[in-house]
Design a protein around this ligand. Structure first.
Ligand code: BES
Ligand code: ZN
Ligand code: ZN
Length: 502
């Protein structure tokens, strides 16, 4: 999809479909109050055509509600689509992102290949709204049915973002450019996540990261078994040893000229390209989903792609630990002892708790490479989805300032994360009688925190955030603005978190 800004009046822009936003600006808090539908454009021709149907009251401007008009009078477009933003007259880029996505996904099955989206007028920041439209449109264009031989490519070829007169051109352009970079990077992560285990091995993930790095000017190193042995990454190696596929330690470096020596941002991702559970094997039901167990690693690779282009003045290192978790005669067994790179001994009580094992060495290594702020992303526990459902992902923090940066990042990204505890009172859960720690909690209670407590053993006093995205990395049902399948959750928040240190 190509998106471009246009500074032509809405009525005279020819297109297969013109999307215009409307909000419910009624001040009443009562849910059943009559909506006050406000069309967010001053274009007279659009208003005239739309007002006729809006007067019927059948369109309530609820979030992502749509109303289609064919052959709208006085417009160069052949269709006019009104999309609801929901309640509120003030600027909400998150509602705009979704509504723009809804317009694109409305168009896709109707064989429309190009559309125009009108930047809303009113109390809307032009940088934020052009960015939100570009993001929403590009994210909505993604579909996951890559391997259907009867696949009809319903991609939208072109989206024109129509900027009303009076809007600052350079601010609109800046927002649009950011939106394109960020959403294309999130889609890049989604493409990686969508691939099945046989087409996304650790080696292939390393190759995809290296190709991306070559395109964007990042430094990239991909290492395998020998180097892991040299680095004494016993925890990471213990996960990889059951598979015929060699592991990949992927290191991406962004070191811009003129950036201060510190902070150095360390991004660490879980890249399990398939998680069978190993000897503690998972039940067959839903096991096919475990191809997305590299979503945290993909999020880091996607974030680095955007960072390379947005060029914030801050150093960033990403470490992705990719392996396949398989049962075999060589696989790690419950009860086995391994030594992490940090020197800590670990009792492997459950081989299905493999994500924390690879991250233990990834986090330690990122610090050795010089990271002074850490963030990791992982589809780490089913327990986080039990606790938070599929609306919020989990965030854990050992540092209030780093967490504050993250909540600021969420305000920009629009993603939802809910904080869960990693306090020392929970440490008893990972005590082992034979080794320094064990890789599962003594009880099932607080499983997401137990996993976070395990990771905490490897970050020392470095400010650190842990994102458990197990509940949100994959979406089973389509939303009006987003396809089902890989979501690319966390990519946007990680990008903004990094930028907040520049
Ligand atoms: N990859 C899974 C977590 C997961 C579950 C991701 C559901 C996405 C959806 C992880 O490696 C795992 O198996 N965790 C175990 C930990 C347990 C053995 C302590 C879990 O959550 O059951
Ligand atoms: Zn597992
Ligand atoms: Zn896993």
């Amino acid at each position: 999809m190509k998106t471009e800004l246009r500074f032509t009046p809405a009525a005279s822009a020819p297109s297969e479909l013109l999307a215009v936003f409307a909000a419910d600006t009624s001040a009443s808090k009562d849910k059943d109050a009559k909506p006050e539908v406000t069309l967010l454009t001053s274009d007279e021709a659009v208003r005239k055509t739309a007002n006729f149907v809006l007067a019927t009251g059948e369109f309530k401007a609820e979030a992502n509600e749509t109303l289609l008009l064919h052959a709208p009078e006085g417009l160069a477009a052949t269709r006019l689509l009104i999309v609801g933003l929901g309640k509120g007259a003030k600027a909400d880029p998150h509602a705009i992102r979704r509504a723009a996505g809804t317009a694109v996904r409305f168009a896709k099955p109707r064989n429309i290949r190009s559309l125009a989206i009108l930047v809303p007028e009113g109390n809307f920041d032009p940088t934020q709204s052009t960015r939100a439209i570009a993001e929403g449109a590009i994210l909505a264009d993604f579909d996951s049915d890559t391997y259907r031989t009867d696949r009809k490519d319903r991609s939208i070829e072109a989206v024109s973002v129509l900027v009303p007169s009076g809007v600052d051109k350079s601010r609109a352009e800046a927002g649009h450019r950011e939106g394109v970079i960020i959403a294309e990077s999130q889609n890049f992560a989604r493409t990686l996540i969508n691939e099945p285990g046989n087409r996304m091995t650790p080696t292939i993930l390393g190759q995809r990261a290296a190709d991306m790095a070559a395109e964007t000017g990042l430094k990239c190193e991909v290492h395998s078994t020998d180097k892991l042995r040299e680095l004494k990454m016993g925890a990471f190696l213990s996960v990889a040893q059951g598979s015929d596929e060699p592991p990949a330690l992927i290191i991406l470096t962004y070191d811009p000229e003129g950036a201060p020596d510190g902070p150095v941002m360390g991004l660490v991702g879980k890249g399990i390209t398939f998680d069978t559970g190993g000897i503690s094997i998972k039940p067959a039901d839903n096991m096919e989903k475990m191809k997305y167990d590299m979503a945290g690693g993909a999020a880091m690779i996607g974030a680095m792609r955007a960072i390379a282009q947005l060029k914030p003045a801050v150093k960033v290192i990403a470490v992705v630990c990719a392996a396949e978790n398989m049962p075999s005669g060589k696989a790690v067994k419950p009860g086995d002892i391994t030594f992490a790179m940090s020197g800590k001994s670990i009792e492997v009580v459950n081989t299905d708790a493999e994500g924390r094992m690879v991250l233990a060495d990834g986090l330690h290594y990122a610090r050795e490479l010089g990271a002074t702020r850490l963030i990791d992303a992982a589809t780490l526990t089913g327990a986080v989805a039990i606790a938070l459902g599929q609306i919020n992902a989990g965030v854990f923090a050992n540092d209030e300032d780093a967490y504050q940066h993250f909540t600021n990042a969420l305000a920009i990204s629009g993603e939802k994360f809910w904080r869960l505890p990693v306090e020392d009172e929970y440490r008893d859960q990972i005590r082992s009688s034979i080794a320094d720690i064990q890789n599962t909690g003594l009880t099932r209670y607080g499983g997401a925190t137990n996993a976070a407590m395990f990771l905490k053993e490897f970050v020392g006093d470095t400010p650190w955030l842990h994102l458990d995205i197990a509940g949100l990395a994959w979406q089973d049902a389509e939303k009006p603005w987003l396809a089902k399948g890989p979501t690319g959750v966390a990519v946007r928040s990680i990008i903004e978190w990094v930028r907040s240190y520049a």
